[in-house]
Structures are given as structure tokens and as C-alpha cells.
Design a protein around this ligand. Sequence first.
Ligand code: FES
Length: 350
Amino acid sequence: MGDERHGDPLHPGAVDQVRQGDVDTFQDPGMPPHPPRLTDLDPKAEKRGERQVLVLFIISVIGTILFFFAYFGVGHTGIEIGTKLRLQNALLGLATGLAMLGIGLGIIHWAKALMPDHESEEARHDLADEGHRAEAQEIMDTIVEESGLKRRKLLRNTLIGAIAVAPLPAIFYFRDMDRSKLGARAMVDRLRHTMWAKGVRLVRDPSGLPIKASDVQLGSAFHVIPEGLNELKEGKLNEKSKAVVLLMRLPKDKLTISPGRETWNVDGIVAYSKICTHVGCPVALYEQQTHHLLCPCHQSTFDLTQECKVIFGPAGHALPQLPIEVDSEGYLVAQSDFQEPVGPSYWERG
Ligand code: FES
């Protein structure tokens, strides 16, 4: 029986109390009335539902076909590389989305509109003996029968087709991660070479103005690209994504310089690749006080005073340093290309 004071604002702590014997006196309310669906009443609506499910499965297959078109076809179009990459990525995402969404929505729609909609209840019991197992088997058979998997052959076969082809794109995604492949080696080689070479001037990004050593004050930081990059007609984005550099000046006595790198800085001015060695985001934040460079993506932190060694975060490798010097007119120029591949270090660097 409920406490008379329950819900009384003068006794806010009061709770209902029920005597043990009272629970048996509650009536089982049973199931609420279950309205039939349109597809249960109208054969035309049922046919329409079938067609809708079929279309969704076909959309999934089209998504998979579109994936292969984007993967193999877009690469061979004559579009400019930057636009091509953006288009290819957009199509790959769209195609994978369609392939998965088509199957998912098709199955949901099938279950909601076409599979039997009656409700049933069954008391739980122990499934330990043979009789119960046989009963369970019978229930499973009924479910398969009622699901229409046997009867609606066209839908079933389209579903099987969509499910069979949908994982194929994953094979190509994972294949590209195989570092033992020739293509992956070629990728590493591409990261090994950038536009930097002896005598190439360091210019500001994006203005292209050359930088004099005397312009670089203590504590300042410049976003830098190689001279000539802005004038490239083809592959500009690709080259830029490898060659971007951060240029900073520190008090020279703060720099820890390893043997062989003594001449790579100009009176405390140092240049490092801006591409994070974790997964390639641009390292964009320079903390003047601590001389740390921060990658905004996963917070890898590089210490400028220790040749951009990783002091925090998931990056597995120091930022590559660009050896620099001054030309006869006082402008900063590269001494050579980077001495190691730039970018994510999960590519084999050996
Ligand atoms: S990409 Fe820089 S920390 Fe992940």
C-alpha cells in the first residue's frame, strides 16, 4: 500500500511502501493495441515497399561501383592534381557512404515494412533439455520463414549481392597501407625529395617575398616555401605539401646542435619541416617562451632547442631540419634538400 504522505510537499522524503503479498494483486496490463501497417493491409503498398528495399540495395551496389570509378578512374583524368585529389576524396567518401547506407537502410526498411509485424510474448524458461532445443530451432526456422528470406528471392539475392561487394573497397584501402609494396616505396621516395636544393631562396608563404637574415628577429616565426613554388603550373599543391617550412630565430646559445649540423643554422636562425611526423598535419603554433612547436591535431610538441625532438604526443620522429645559409645578397637560401623524408614517420624511413 502506498504511504499517504507520498507526493506531499510537506514530507518530501516520503516513499511508497508495498507489503510483500500485495505484488501479486497487480493486474498484468497486457500488450497495448497493435495497429496494422499499410503494407499488411494493401498488397500494392507491400509491392511498393519491396521496390523501395530493392532500390536501396541497388543504391548500395552503385555506391561500390562508384568507389572503383573514383579509385581507378579519377586518377587518369586530365584535371589539375589539387582539384583531382579533392574530387577523388569526395567521391570515395560519397561512394563508401552510399554503399553502407544503402544496405543499412534497405535492411531496416525491409524489417519495418515487410517482415511480419505481429507481437508475441513468451515466458522465459530453461533451454537445457532436448525438447526445448528443438523448440528453439523451430522458432528460428519460423523467423527465417517469416522474414521472407526464402520467399522474396529478388530482395534476398540483391541483399546478398550488395553485402558481397560492399567490403571490396576495404581491400583497396588496406592494400594501400602495405609498406612492402613497390607503390609504397615510391611514396616514400617522393617524400624524400622536395623542391629544396642548394641555393633555393626561402620566401614567405604566400607572398613569395625573399627573406633576409637581418629581417628575422629573435622570437619571430615565418611560414616559408621555396622560391619558384608559386610559379609552378602543375603539381603545386603536392610540392607545397612537402616543402613547407617554419623559420625561427633563437639565441644561438640555446641551441643544442648535434655533430654534422653545426653549419645548418644562420646565427640562431633555424628552419624545420612544417609537416608533423605523426600523420602530417601542419605544425603551426610556436611558443616563444618555451621554444616549443605544437601540432594542433594531436598535440605533439617539438623542442626547437633540441633540434625539434618530440617531447610530447604521438609523433615518433623529430621534425626534419632544412640546412640553410645566406647568399651573397644577404638572403636566406637552402644548402640542400632535407636530409631525410618529410612527413608521417609510419612510412618506412630506412
Ligand atoms: S598530426 Fe601532429 S600530432 Fe598528430
